[in-house]
Write a protein that binds this ligand. Structure first.
Ligand code: SF4
Ligand code: SF4
Length: 115
């Protein structure tokens, strides 16, 4: 690949998720105009030593983006208050059928394949 063919690091090729940063706030799910993000979570209570009452936090169970529906508008990346979503220059996520375009936490976070 010649220098001029290199993909800029800031290219909008693919949306990546950092699961540890996601609070399951649902903002991206609600704001996505294509309704192509799904999220499942459950609440757990944690108690800090010395705290008067337990704190309830959401734990992320599932998160998918259907890249067959996504129109790459970037709204989800913009609205996430915790920078859990970001653009990556990766573009090689073609699939042989539509279901293969639905990417889950493993793919979105890079833990299930290379990013
Ligand atoms: S880029 Fe736009 S269409 Fe794609 S998942 Fe994000 S908000 Fe939805
Ligand atoms: S907006 Fe960010 S923190 Fe909220 S559910 Fe989406 S990815 Fe997670």
């Amino acid at each position: 690949m010649s220098h001029n063919d290199e993909i800029p690091a800031a290219a909008h090729g693919y949306i990546a998720l950092t699961p540890a940063a996601c609070t399951s706030c649902m903002l991206c799910v609600r704001e996505c105009p294509s309704w192509c993000i799904t999220l499942e979570s459950h609440a757990v209570q944690t108690s800090e030593p010395g705290a008067r009452r337990p704190t309830t936090v959401s734990v992320l169970d599932a998160f998918t983006i259907d890249f067959g529906l996504c129109m790459f508008c970037g709204i989800c990346v913009e609205v996430c208050p915790f920078d859990a979503l970001e653009w990556t220059p990766r573009f090689d996520y073609a699939a042989s059928d539509r279901s293969g375009l639905v990417q889950a936490i493993d793919q979105l976070s890079g833990s299930g394949d290379q990013r």
